[in-house]
Design a protein around this ligand. Structure first.
Ligand SMILES: Nc1ncnc2c1ncn2[C@@H]1O[C@H](COP(=O)(O)OP(=O)(O)O)[C@@H](O)[C@H]1O
Ligand SMILES: [Mg+2]
Length: 83
């Protein structure tokens, strides 16, 4: 849900309004008996490479005060880590 809500935020953002057909694509792939891969992508403005090493830090956000908490991806990281 955190990843999907980020995709929705990106697609609703003004900078992405020029995109004609807004898409969120979810791929689930069974890799072997142990691993599955879930890939979620949107066709919004994307994530600049200079912030990619901060995405999972608690409270890191590029959204305005009151909109972003910066907690979505850090919670996501902890859930995946526990699995
Ligand atoms: N789908 C996305 N498209 C563009 N930027 C994203 C996307 N997902 C995450 N980000 C970036 O990662 C940051 C951290 O995301 P997150 O931890 O969910 O916090 P928040 O959504 O509250 O800002 C966002 O502020 C944004 O800069
Ligand atoms: Mg978020």
């Amino acid at each position: 849900m955190n990843i999907l809500s980020n995709a929705i935020d990106a697609l609703l953002d003004q900078k992405a309004h020029s995109v004609k057909s807004k898409q969120i694509i979810i791929d689930t792939i069974n890799i072997d008996d142990i691993y599955i891969k879930v890939a979620i992508r949107d066709n919004g403005y994307g994530i600049p490479s200079e912030i990619k090493n901060k995405l999972f830090d608690p409270f890191f956000t590029t959204k305005p005060v009151g909109k972003g908490t910066g907690l979505g991806l850090s919670i996501y990281y902890q859930i995946v880590d526990k699995h």
